[in-house]
Design a protein around this ligand. Structure first.
Ligand code: IMP
Length: 422
């Protein structure tokens, strides 16, 4: 059975956690393949609300195996706390498997992230300060520490102390407090003891599941426009967030890939710095933020909000090969009288339907809008396509046409039942 991949198609926060939770109804295994605890996937089940940062969103379905793949960067202390919190709330975490090849994030990575941001001036990225960039940099520098070390305490201690001492020299040079290595090691050692039984060869587990005909879903974090290669560089995260990232980040050969689900928010948001052509600074933007509760799940930061950008989302869907769309947060648009859709950019007086590689060009791109009438009634209780107001259907169809994929799911609220198939 082919492996399906689900990715965000904008700048993250499209509602992937909820969709994964819905799609895992009939899935055997869910695999995270990139990013780390910079992600915050919100899932609401009944009156309970959960925010997951590292554990795959399939965890709420008993019997679904949840894997953290080799392409993820893992804060062991954060993962331990997340798993302990879930267990306290009655969620079974026994089936979680953490890749022995996944790179680990330590306190020194977080400090290095914050240090870089504090001195970056105009090049500040607005990171989540979770140490994501420095951990991936260590991986590329070939001095990272991997999941396997959690099962070898002596080796882990030696590697951790060596790296921490190296970072401390940088911190002292930069005039900030060095890490208390002994104190930090005790926390790491505790997390290692807790996590060691969960460490395994996820690549083998995944490929055995493929051979056994199991149904597998790969869960992307962030969104295509934050991809390190294809996003708004340098205002991106440090991993490949597009669907191709699942092949390297989970050890899945491309020939096993089936459907690519693209999660698309019915408008656009972005957290952190970087160009955002359709950003709104007026009342419509504030309405999107308040009605859509657009505040970061990881950092609580207010999200920047704007009209749907079909140039950006279309480009992202193209790179990921999205064939099935899950459009989320339609209900947030319920009361707006008219809705803008950006279909092209104007850069230096020239119109283009393409997403420019140049961040400078993107920063000065003026969106060319097409305006569609709103529906000005509630869609929160709608449970099938036919019951949507006609203007809402027209709006959704136009989005799908512009990004060249088919609508498979529409979501009209945060709860599991506020989702229907098309
Ligand atoms: P980092 O991933 O913490 O290095 O942050 C790099 C950029 O990605 C910043 O603009 C963050 O706000 C953004 N980012 C990282 N994770 C997420 C996410 O899960 N949702 C939305 N934006 C994110």
């Amino acid at each position: 059975m082919p492996v399906d991949i689900l990715v965000g198609t904008q700048w993250g926060d499209e509602g992937k956690g909820k969709l994964i939770d819905v799609l895992t109804r009939d899935v055997d295994m869910v695999v995270r393949f990139q990013g780390g605890n910079n992600a915050g996937h919100t899932v609401e089940i009944g009156s309970e609300k959960y925010v997951l940062h590292l554990v795959p969103s399939g965890i709420f379905r008993p019997g679904v195996q949840c894997l953290i793949g080799n392409g993820v960067v893992v804060d062991p202390i954060g993962l331990m706390q997340e798993m302990q919190d879930l267990a306290r709330r009655g969620i079974d975490v026994a089936g979680v498997e953490l890749s022995n090849r996944a790179h680990l994030i330590f306190e020194y990575h977080k400090r290095a992230d914050a240090l870089r941001e504090s001195g970056a001036g105009a090049m500040k990225i607005g990171t989540t300060k979770r140490g994501i960039g420095p951990a991936y940099a260590d991986k590329a520098h070939r001095c990272g520490i991997r999941g396997i070390a959690l099962t070898e305490p002596e080796r882990l201690e030696r590697l951790f102390r060596e790296q921490a001492a190296k970072y401390n020299r940088l911190f002292v040079e930069a005039g900030i407090d060095p890490l208390d290595i002994d104190a930090e090691w005790l926390k790491v050692a505790e997390a290692a003891r807790y996590l060691a039984p969960y460490v395994g060869d996820t690549v083998v587990s995944i490929n055995e599941a493929i051979r056994a005909g199991k149904k597998i879903l790969c869960e992307g974090a962030q969104g295509g426009l934050l991809d390190i290669d294809h996003g708004t560089y340098p205002f991106v995260t440090s991993s490949n967030t597009v669907a191709g990232g699942a092949c390297t980040g989970a050890g899945i050969a491309p020939r096993h890939v089936g459907d690519v689900w693209g999660v698309l928010k019915a408008y656009t948001t972005r957290v952190g710095e970087g160009p955002f052509p359709t950003e709104l600074f007026d009342q419509a933007g504030e309405t999107l933020r308040q009605v859509g509760r657009e505040f970061g799940a990881t950092t609580g930061r207010p999200r920047r909000c704007g009209w749907f950008d079909a140039v950006a989302a279309g480009y992202s869907c193209m790179i990921s090969g999205v064939n099935k769309l899950a459009i989320t947060k339609l209900d947030v648009l319920d009361q707006l009288p008219e809705l803008g859709i950006c279909t092209a950019y104007e850069v230096d007086g020239v119109q283009t339907p393409y997403f420019p590689a140049s961040t400078e060009a993107l920063a000065k791109a003026k969106p060319v809008y097409e305006w569609l009438p709103g529906w000005q009634c509630s869609t929160e209780d709608v449970s099938c396509w036919e019951d949507l107001p006609e203007n809402a259907r027209r709006y959704l169809q136009r989005l799908a046409e512009l990004v060249r994929a088919e609508i498979a799911i529409v979501s009209v609220g945060p709860r599991r039942d506020q989702t229907f198939e098309v």
